[in-house]
Design a protein. Sequence first.
Length: 370
Amino acid sequence: MKNVAFLYIAESYQCYHAAAIALELAQSDKVNITNFYNDPETPYHLERVRYAAGAPEMEYRPLRRSLPTAAMQSIRILGMFKDMVLRDNAAELDRYDAIVTVEDTVASARRLGISSPQLIYIPHGCGDRARGFTSEVKAFDHVLLSGQKSAQRMLDNALIKPENHSVIGSVKLETCKLFPDVTRFFSIQRPTVLYNAHKARGLSSWKRFIEPLLEQFSKQSDFNLIVAPHTKMFRRRRQLVRDGWNGRSNSQILIDTGSERCVDMTYTSAADIYVGDVSSQVYEFLETPRPCVFLNAHQIDWRNNPDFAHWHFGDVVDDPRDLLNIIRAAPERHILYRDRQKEMADKSLGDRSPGAARRGANVIRGLLNR
């Protein structure tokens, strides 16, 4: 019997990138799966995936926290202190044959005394931002990637080797198709614009663009608007703050600062036009090519920068005053970007035939049997 730990050491949205692989692996009577979690909301999302897949129950175990770690985590705004949590659980995790994670900070495992298990990494997203292509990737024994785009960039930067990575397709894309299609959010049906801001410092468009966006959309009747920023933007904020933003929703503007719909592709599937900055969710939206608009809030010289390759999928707005006019023009101008969108979505999302989770599970079984 091989023992495999699925390690969810960050926020619960990462469940959608790996839980389905754990469910596939658990079908073997030669593999025992334990799901460790840091975020108390994780079991809900794991159960949601399991129930949708019609799979048997699994073991969920909270990661141990020492008193200093618990004290630091109690100050929610400061974060999850992943290295401290990993250190607190190093002895337990070192007993496993493999650790599967969707968080690159687990690269510190060896330094923290976790020497025995194979470390298997599944990046949570297939975007272009430099944050996804850092030296931490080198610490993993095997990397499971959605598409050839990420694989090639990691190979070019010597982060992976030909023999220690596999391209399996998008597990999240496959997982989210398990959930019911809920697309009616507004009483009056109009083309729907999704604003999906990231929280990344120096890249996020939120502070500069959110108020002009809300003001301009409140004065028109051609579009509905969904505002669904990256779930980490409000994850550490007080519920009072989140409720304040959500409460600004009205009959044609829906603001959602962190429900399950923000993480299960409900909004990217429902929208007709995508507006964003650097979130990898743009590739999930482009499973079906559709108009996009990108917001350059920081005067970034982006045109020849691979970190902004996706900004070639639509017009880029520098001035908030131009927002609504450029969004209005996006459907007609989509023909200029459609072919590039399709090409890069194919390279980013990889094999979209059924079985991404099964392919990932098969790779892990092979690694365990070496």
